[in-house]
Ligand binder design. Structure first.
Ligand code: ASP
Length: 322
């Protein structure tokens, strides 16, 4: 019977204990300790694996590859309906998107969750979020839907979800799109169709890709330094529809001529990059030089997709981000 859900615990606030300073040690609890502490009742059997005990700022791309391999192995078990990954919220959207873009698990739900408030604080969201995540992971509707983020009674698609608040319980949202569904008490509702790009199967190591944030009159020195210090790809977190200061154009041309792929994203919260202007630093100019548009993906997600594509030696062109 396909009804087992496996919790893979990576750490984070959801698994924290207080330190003597009164501040939280994120990832101090194992997955088993977390389940015991929260005393969650689930619909079916739950197994627990503690993969890491880290705050999420310490998760590495090697960790993500290890998590992916574990998910593939577990999904091959006939009794496994879904997987829940619990981790710190700071990089939760990175993990969710990495799994979404690199894993095709047609018969297994993949759900990522965490908590904004430590499990020992009054009104903590640790228990409710974990309970809801286990419920969604056990739901047949979630199987094959890609990686989902379950948080604050909402279900979000990995490719649209973002951490929108540094501390509030409604910390995650999908700007411009809204949630894919809801958890309402015992009921799981996936109301929208999920649109996903094709899966990229990564190689054994994810290469370094740097994100370069644009701001008014930002210096291009970071761009030059990234290339000079060995970045294998760049993501420009550009302004508006995908624009850079005129002073970035020649360094960008040099990077592209040196064979470093460049993907352009928008630092706005919603809307794809698009060539609608004609001036120095416009997206049209960058694309004519060989830069690739990330469409709706934000910089952190585009970075992970570019890393996956580079790691398996795919040629990088517009089809990588279609
Ligand atoms: N700083 C914590 C972490 O990312 C935040 C959290 O879990 O909410 O591990």
């Amino acid at each position: 019977m396909k009804n087992t859900v496996i919790l893979i615990s990576l750490g984070g606030t959801i698994a924290s204990l207080p330190s003597s300073s009164g501040r939280a040690i994120a990832g101090a609890l194992s997955g088993k300790e977390l389940m015991e502490k929260l005393q969650i009742e689930s619909d079916g059997p739950v197994e627990v694996i503690t993969l890491f005990r880290k705050p999420s700022n310490a998760i590495t791309t090697a960790d993500l590859l290890q998590l992916r391999t574990l998910c593939i192995g577990l999904s091959q078990r006939e009794d496994v309906a879904g997987l829940v990954v619990s981790q710190g919220t700071d990089t939760l959207e990175d993990t969710a998107y990495f799994l979404d873009t690199s894993l095709a698990l047609p018969d297994t739900a993949v759900v990522v969750t965490g908590a904004q408030r430590v499990p020992y604080a009054p009104g903590s969201d640790a228990g409710p979020n974990l309970r809801d995540a286990l419920k969604v992971a056990g739901s047949p509707q979630a199987r094959g839907a890609g990686a989902l983020v379950v948080f604050n009674e909402e279900i979000h698609a990995a490719n649209s979800v973002r951490k929108l608040s540094s501390y509030q319980l409604n910390g995650f949202g999908s700007p411009g799109i809204g949630p894919m569904g809801f958890v309402d008490g015992g009921e799981v509702r996936l109301c929208k169709q999920l649109q996903r790009s094709n899966i990229i199967v990564p190689g054994e190591q994810l290469p370094r890709v740097d994100i370069l944030p644009v701001a008014v009159d930002a210096s291009p020195a970071l761009l030059e330094a990234a290339v000079a210090s060995g970045a294998k790809g760049l993501v420009i977190d550009a302004i508006g529809r995908g624009h850079i200061p005129p002073s970035w154009v020649e360094p960008l041309r040099s990077a592209l001529n040196a064979g470093v792929p460049v993907v352009v994203t928008s630092s706005t919260h919603w809307g794809r990059v698009e060539e609608v202007y004609e001036y120095s630093g416009s997206l049209a100019e960058q694309v004519s030089m060989g830069a690739v548009k990330a469409n709706h993906l934000n910089a952190r997600k585009a970075r992970l997709r570019l890393m996956c594509a580079l790691s398996c030696k795919m040629p990088i062109d517009q089809s990588t981000f279609s």
